[in-house]
Design a binder for this molecule. Sequence first.
Ligand SMILES: Cc1ncc(COP(=O)(O)O)c(C=O)c1O
Length: 391
Amino acid sequence: MIPRVRPEAGYREIFSALGTGHDPNSVAEFAEVLRSRLSLESAPALTPSGRAALYYLFLAVPLRRVYLPAYTCWVVAEAAVLAGKEIHLLDISYPGLHIKPCEIERIRSMPGIVVATHSFGYPEDAAAIRNILNDSSFMIVEDCAGAMFSRYQDKPVGLTGDAAIFSFEEGKLWTLGRGGAVVTKDKTLHSRIQDIMKKTCTLRPGPINLFRLIKRRFLTQPFVYNLLLRMYLRFYPPTEGIHEFSRKLTEDYTRTFSSYQARLGLIMEPGITEIARRKRELFEYYNSAAADIAGIRRAEALPRSEVCPMRFPILVSKENKPAVYSGMKALGIDLGFSFSYFLGNGQQYPGAARMAEECLNLPVYSEITLPIARNILKLLESCMSDMPRYK
Ligand SMILES: Cc1ncc(COP(=O)(O)O)c(C=O)c1O
């Protein structure tokens, strides 16, 4: 069984990071490596998770409203709620993942923090959002959690907004178990975030997130995964959907980014370019080959996007979605369900609602070689040929 996600960090790298022991300098060293690798203006602050990066940023910015795409990871909304913000949702341009420009027009007179999300690695046009708003009382935050090394109009994502966040969660690109980063153009804001974090991150860092990573690698070994998935699906549906927001800060918000994670980040650094290259290559392959499969629609990237994907979204009719999932599972491929929900309700966000109904994902991690990807698409094609045709 091919799992939907698998950490990029290997056992050898994780054990080597554990073996080095606690080294207080490695966190600053890793932040500096990130600055250079992601072409950032300054070193980011390392945070307990991607959602914590958003949470601390939201806390540090006095604006009351937070604008989110209605189709995004639920933890983004959780972070805003925990920070006491008022959430406003904006619809996306189905089959594109970016916010509809008319939605940005709609909020022009209501200053707030706009989260420009590079969903699945597909770049959002943060500069266009800024142009429409044309008002410095808005803050634009690029959510690059799933888009590290994506580029838009020849520029890496994360450089255009007033701030950007990244994630090192185990399903992303630079997988450190957990962890995130936030970078801001305003130095005073950066210091404010650091101060708030110092007071709030009370859980001892330690090596725990690397133990999680070891467990995750073991559980996603194809043989083990096969057994566990079959057991799991006896009791639960294949997608968890949206969760209830936590009312208090969990360890995703309070466990300090550890020197062990930083050490693993440094150990992985020489291989990061290759991981990103493979992900881009997989994107190019999936994107061209999926075009020929009847019954499959692809998410639309904005022109001049270079996508370094977190997963590859495919869109199937909502009627066929459960059967496509089951058919592919029977053929040994566990398709992902990000995201099977949207954040709004009813008819207000038709683009986000349709994306949530139709989206399944093909796996994109560097163990998926091109021959494996070709096989996945061959199986998908045979699976789709059995499906009824819907509009
Ligand atoms: C778009 C987006 N933003 C933020 C996050 C939060 O990242 P983390 O899981 O590190 O908290 C995620 C998580 O997957 C995400 O998909």
